[in-house]
Design a protein around this ligand. Structure first.
Ligand SMILES: Nc1ncnc2c1ncn2[C@@H]1O[C@H](COP(=O)(O)OP(=O)(O)OP(=O)(O)O)[C@@H](O)[C@H]1O
Ligand SMILES: [Mg+2]
Length: 363
């Protein structure tokens, strides 16, 4: 393994030890622990606990105490003995770049090249960053060269996340990048698409509490990534104002139900329409900023994907077939897991699931 004069980030390193995937997002801490039985995965445990508002802001750990306390609580709730974890940084905290280099180099030489290359485009001193790289495969049109993906992040961003795990005695083994983690989880689902999704342009649209993240994939590679500030918080504010509730009351009512009958027509339907419009605009933006002019399938993920009927609304608006992500489709479930609850929570667990998958060799 390459080691430069900076810390190695282990973005993509593969370890065959079971890992708990930990997703620290703006609204919650989510953990997933998988095991493998032959070529089938099993959902052993998962847990979600909400974070206090603003404990995580714009992907940064804003309130260390609150976040590390929550991480400890979710881990206890999980009821595992495993202390090895995989975490992820938000895309905005990571600079990625693809470079093309001659094939057949040693890991060390490759590392040296990456370091030299990184020096040119990273706006910080190299000793302030964690740097990692992964050989993606042969360069298009030239078998003598390979494509290498470089990722760099400021050390403090990595250390902040690692420290929230260490505070509970957990060990961070892998630090991934959120959209790559959801891509890992998606790749398992993709095998179930017609023709394995080959030569199809597929958009994963993750709509969380504060962000809508789009990752467009083609043949297993990301061809476009973009975040925009839009998410379920908007719906919470709408509920808060319309029914004169506190924010916490509005959030609970939204998740657990129990709002008056007019909720569907007055609040939820307009939000759904608005969300579909945002997805449609995001697709247009993708077309104008890339050579692509078609998306074959949209996969909705994140907490907003649990809103009933959203797949139909998005599909009507965009005229693209749309489904809701279930990263656990085809997996066994431990008897500890409530299948109905998991079905509701699944779209929110794409990142945590992808992170836990990092504990296994690729299948
Ligand atoms: N049953 C539900 N109905 C409607 N909205 C829901 C439901 N369950 C969760 N949500 C909403 O989904 C959002 C949380 O989703 P998710 O956990 O994906 O967000 P996050 O990852 O914390 O946010 P971000 O990615 O923006 O940091 C919240 O706005 C929450 O209110
Ligand atoms: Mg999220």
């Amino acid at each position: 393994m390459f080691k430069g004069n900076f810390e190695f980030l282990n973005f993509w390193q593969i370890r065959s030890v079971p890992l708990i995937g930990i997703d620290i997002s703006s609204s919650a801490v989510k953990m997933v622990e998988l095991s493998r039985n032959g070529d089938r995965f099993c959902v052993d445990r998962y847990a979600i606990e909400l974070l206090p508002r603003e404990a995580v802001l714009d992907g940064n750990i804003n309130d260390f105490e609150a976040v590390s306390e929550c991480v400890g609580r979710v881990w206890k709730k999980l009821g595992t003995r495993n202390k090895n974890v995989a975490m992820a940084l938000p895309a905005a905290a990571v600079i990625t770049k693809k470079i093309i280099v001659p094939a057949g180099q040693s890991e060390e030489d490759l590392g040296f090249l990456v370091e030299t290359e990184a020096n040119q485009y990273i706006p910080f001193a190299l000793d302030e960053v964690n740097l990692d790289f992964q050989v993606i495969g042969p360069a298009p049109g030239n078998p003598e060269e390979v494509e290498v993906l470089i990722a760099a992040s400021r050390k403090e961003k990595v250390e902040d996340r690692v420290a929230t795990a260490e505070a509970s005695g957990l060990t961070a083994i892998v630090m991934d990048v959120e959209p790559y983690a959801s891509q890992t989880a998606f790749e398992l689902i993709q095998k179930q698409l017609p023709n394995g999704g080959r030569d199809r342009t597929i958009a994963i649209v993750d709509i969380g509490a504060s962000l809508m993240s789009i990752n467009v994939l083609r043949n297993g590679q990301s061809v476009y990534m973009r975040d925009q500030p839009f998410g379920g918080n908007q719906l919470t504010y709408d509920i808060q104002h319309f029914y004169n509730l506190t924010l916490d009351e509005a959030e609970t009512a939204k998740r657990k139900g129990g709002l008056p009958d007019n909720y569907e027509i007055e609040i939820l339907r307009p939000f759904r329409e608005n969300l579909a419009l945002e997805v449609s605009r995001a697709m247009q933006f993708f077309f104008t900023s890339t050579p692509f002019n078609e998306v074959h399938h949209i996969v909705l993920a994140g907490g907003c994907a649990t809103i009933q009927g959203l797949d139909d609304t998005v599909s009507n608006r965009t005229q693209v077939s749309t489904s809701i992500a279930n990263p656990f489709a085809g997996m066994e479930l431990s008897s500890r897991i409530n299948p109905r609850q998991l079905a509701t929570d699944a779209p929110m667990l794409l990142i945590a699931c992808g992170l836990s998958l990092r504990g296994f060799d690729p299948t």
